[in-house]
Design a protein around this ligand. Structure first.
Ligand SMILES: C[S@@+](CC[C@H](N)C(=O)[O-])C[C@H]1O[C@@H](n2cnc3c(N)ncnc32)[C@H](O)[C@@H]1O
Length: 260
């Protein structure tokens, strides 16, 4: 019974957008009920109603054990929407903003890997982890490609591949890497790309895909090839070693040998 309950909670949490929508609807329902019970004539100011909806939604999110960082989003979502409508911006501004976010945070709802970039200190630490002999390196979800360009300039004897599925980020990475002969930026889904021919696979993703990535790496990578994960460790698998980067966010690079 307990296991069943746990599983259903995990399934719900596996779909963040669906969870958020359900929580917002429940919060709206609770706020509507409160308004009917407390007031004969409900307040006419939309911002007060939105604030009440935000408070109810916050409570629902907390009761359903939403991750902490969702709570301020639930609290402020509707009030901010009401305030935004007061800006009276032309409709194309909203469409442009939405399109820009879509092109950068492409399918983040299913991949659960947003865009954030490897910082210069980590790039230097990764440079020191590269094999001393010529080899092929891949960055899974290469973002703006800055890491690969840095490594490619420092190691002209190696070949660097970056795969990115977000259209705008991919274009940025491709455009600024086009003059480097030892960099290839490809648009696509790294889950469908074989890791067989790489000596080093780099990933800076999120906790969500790490178990799946480990299974893929074990199935495809060659003996001696290493997988470096920035910040996110593979659950229940001890790394070959980890190294701390001297930066402000205390980055830790985990180095694995998936095929031994
Ligand atoms: C945290 S960022 C890391 C960017 C870059 N590797 C770096 O370290 O600076 C992760 C990137 O992976 C991309 N991504 C997530 N899932 C992907 C997938 N299945 N295929 C290709 N790219 C993906 C995201 O769009 C995002 O740009």
């Amino acid at each position: 019974m307990l296991i069943k309950k746990d599983k259903s909670i995990r399934k719900f949490g596996d779909h963040p957008l669906l969870s958020a929508l359900v929580i917002q609807l429940l919060g709206t329902l609770a706020a509507g009920s409160l308004l009917m019970i407390l007031f004969r004539t409900p307040p006419s100011d939309p911002l007060s109603i939105a604030a009440l909806q935000g408070a109810c939604t916050l409570l629902v999110a907390w009761l359903l054990k939403s991750p902490g960082w969702w709570l301020p989003i639930h609290l402020t979502f509707l009030p901010l929407m009401v305030l935004a409508t007061r800006l009276a911006l032309p409709p194309w501004v909203w469409l442009a903003g939405f399109t820009l976010l879509l092109l950068v945070f492409w399918r983040t709802n299913s991949s659960r890997v947003p865009l954030y970039l490897t910082n210069p200190s980590s790039s230097n630490a990764i440079l020191h982890l590269l094999p001393t002999t010529p080899c092929r390196i891949i960055d899974l979800g290469c973002g703006d490609g800055a890491l690969l360009r840095h490594l490619a300039r420092a190691r002209p004897d190696c070949f660097f591949v970056g795969i990115e599925h977000a259209p705008l980020t991919w274009f940025w990475a491709w455009f600024f890497s086009r003059r480097l002969d030892n960099v290839s930026i490809r648009r696509g889904d790294f889950w469908t790309h074989s890791l067989t021919n790489y000596t080093l696979v780099y990933a800076f993703l999120s906790p969500a895909p790490m178990s799946r990535l480990w299974a893929k790496a074990q199935a495809e990578m060659s003996p001696g090839a290493c997988l470096i994960s920035n910040s996110f460790a593979i659950p229940e698998t001890a790394p070959h070693f980890s190294t701390d980067v001297p930066d402000r966010r205390h980055t830790r690079l985990h180095v694995y040998l998936p095929a031994g």
